[in-house]
Write a protein that binds this ligand. Structure first.
Ligand SMILES: C[S@@+](CC[C@H](N)C(=O)[O-])C[C@H]1O[C@@H](n2cnc3c(N)ncnc32)[C@H](O)[C@@H]1O
Length: 207
């Protein structure tokens, strides 16, 4: 394995690279830096954890998570924190769709992050089950997520409805991310990254 200073690792696991979506979400977080101070933020499927690291550097209390089945990714989350001088960021194994003790015992959350977590259609519902569980426990929290539509039949609309969730699109031009280069990174390139904010549909869950 080869390591770089950002803790990307040449390894077949998806969580070992920074994906274009992560750069875009990190840019959004930077524009929200005042609001993020002292907020509690959980990142799902964090991988190299660029958005979570940026949130922590903005003064948020951050918990990073990745699949409980990929200890190498979890170790890489820890390395990213260490490389950025972040010593109080908790790293948890949270597998989408599983209600584990670590999930249930999370503190109150303000923001949930997910960068490129909608990439495998068979996992979409598991991601949203976890998000719905967390938003029911934290009804005012928001799920900020960036994604790439990689196939023509990409859609989570029916799943959002099934789990009493709703979303609004956040246009990349609203936060200066509609460019192929961001913060000196060429990663966004010509990938068509999009962003949305998911919340609980309160009228459906009686809140
Ligand atoms: C495409 S990568 C994105 C990584 C990172 N968020 C980024 O944008 O650079 C997808 C991430 O989801 C994680 N993942 C995949 N399946 C998962 C599951 N069932 N539960 C939790 N995390 C999962 C992977 O380990 C990986 O870190």
């Amino acid at each position: 394995m080869t390591h770089d200073p950002l803790c990307q690792v040449l390894d077949p696991q998806y969580g070992m690279y920074v994906w274009p979506c992560a750069v875009v979400l990190a840019q959004y977080l930077w524009t929200q830096r005042e609001a993020l101070k002292d907020k509690t933020v959980l990142e799902l499927g964090a991988g190299v954890s660029l958005p979570g690291v940026v949130a922590a550097r903005c003064g948020a209390k951050v918990i990073l998570s990745d699949s409980a089945r990929t200890p190498l990714c979890l170790e890489n989350c820890r390395r990213s924190c260490a490389a950025n001088g972040l010593h109080d960021v908790e790293v948890l194994g949270l597998t989408w769709g599983e209600v584990s003790p670590d999930l249930v015992l999370l503190p109150e959350l303000d923001v949930i992050l997910g960068s490129d977590v909608f990439y495998e259609p068979q996992d979409f519902e598991d991601v949203l089950v976890t998000v719905a569980f967390l938003l029911r426990k934290n009804p005012t929290a928001r799920f900020w997520t960036t994604y790439q539509e990689r196939s023509a039949d990409w859609s989570i609309e029916a799943l959002l409805h099934r789990w009493s969730l709703t979303c609004v699109d956040i246009q990349l031009e609203e936060f200066g991310a509609d460019r192929s280069e961001l913060a000196a990174s060429t990663l966004p390139g010509n990938h068509s990254v999009q962003m949305m904010m998911v919340t609980l549909r309160t009228e459906d869950v009686g809140l």
